[in-house]
Design a protein around this ligand. Structure first.
Ligand SMILES: Nc1ncnc2c1ncn2[C@@H]1O[C@H](COP(=O)(O)OP(=O)(O)OP(=O)(O)O)[C@@H](O)[C@H]1O
Length: 308
């Protein structure tokens, strides 16, 4: 669906993108992760045929970015990191305006606009002015706009940026829905844990170079030094701590304000079995989750936090 070979973009002496090789197959949800200035937007803009590379090749659905820009634009939905909305336009009018740009006419246009509004959960705002929407709603409207012509491939540039935690969760839910619809999605973010559970592939880019690329589980193994879990149980916290400490896969257990911080041995990458063992022992789990800060720290370490 998307293939790039040695894709490179230079601005003067600066490599905004340096020999990027990516492959996305049909139905892949690829998390494109990197700090500010890493080259994510540059990649998306090249794939959307809005920017020419300095050299290298890229194809989308088999069409070359050099010779097939018309065809590519028909099969992709591109959501830029920043996009404008028009003043004095209602939500539904905004979508109808873009639907007509895609030459969708008559009752079909009305129908598709209502359908995408429903999908992004904005039906109740259909008659509101676009300028009155919150940041989260505006992002969802932007996503709705990219879906009007039912594209097979979505290029989503930081769809969750600037959103509050609740809106981020809603955006993730929406991406999961699109994944279930079989869309092939390239989605960027500068936060690794945010995308880890909705993508099947991940690439980490910095200063135009792809540092890590592959299946999520493989990438997670590479970026993670060790796994730390946050566990809590109803009553019997000390018993649970003792039980966990006795498990061969566990390195340390620490009680931090009533939450057990459980560090696993190096090389242990799966941990669901610990929850099963606790349940088997009759413990009632109230919290069982991986420490995301740990993952974030590992990511920062990997990318060194450099921005170009
Ligand atoms: N038109 C331009 N002229 C010169 N340099 C540019 C231009 N566009 C981008 N760059 C540079 O190319 C590099 C990659 O930028 P890009 O916007 O692709 O990064 P990004 O990963 O999308 O970052 P962000 O998360 O901040 O959007 C940066 O160093 C940026 O300053």
């Amino acid at each position: 669906m998307i293939e790039t070979h040695d894709l490179t973009k230079m601005y003067g002496e600066l490599y905004a993108l340096n020999r990027l090789n990516l492959t996305l197959n049909q139905g892949d949800v690829y998390g494109f992760i990197g700090p500010n200035g890493a080259g994510k937007t540059t990649t998306m803009r090249i794939l959307a045929t809005l920017l020419n590379p300095s050299w290298g090749e890229a194809t989308v659905c088999g069409y070359s970015i050099y010779t097939g820009s018309k065809e590519i634009r028909r099969v992709i939905g591109y959501m830029p990191d920043f996009f404008g909305v028009y003043d004095d336009m209602k939500v539904v009018e905004y979508l109808e305006f873009f639907a007509s740009a895609y030459r969708i006419k008559g009752p079909a246009r009305r129908k598709i606009c209502e359908e995408v509004l429903e999908l992004v959960d904005l039906t109740y705002k259909r008659d509101a002015l676009v300028t009155s929407l919150s940041r989260g709603m505006t992002q969802r409207l932007g996503l709705a706009r990219t879906l009007l012509h039912d594209p097979q491939v979505l290029l989503l540039d930081e769809p969750a940026s600037g959103l509050d935690p609740r809106a981020r969760i809603e955006m993730r839910g929406l991406l999961k829905e699109l994944r279930a619809m079989g869309k092939t999605i390239l989605v960027s973010s500068h936060i690794l844990p945010e995308l880890a559970d909705i993508c099947n592939k991940i690439g980490i880019i910095e200063q135009g170079c792809l540092l890590v690329n592959g299946e999520v589980t493989e990438v997670m193994k590479q970026v993670r030094t060790d796994i730390v879990l946050n566990i809590n149980v109803e009553d019997r916290l000390i018993d649970a701590a003792n039980f966990l400490e006795a498990q061969p896969e566990v390195e340390t257990v620490e009680d931090k304000n009533g939450v057990l911080i459980v560090k696993l041995n190096e090389g242990v990458v799966k941990y669901g079995f610990l929850a099963n063992r606790l349940l088997e022992q009759g413990f009632e789990l109230t919290l069982f989750k991986e420490d995301e800060i740990n993952l974030e720290t590992a990511f920062m370490h990997l990318t060194k936090g450099i921005t170009s």
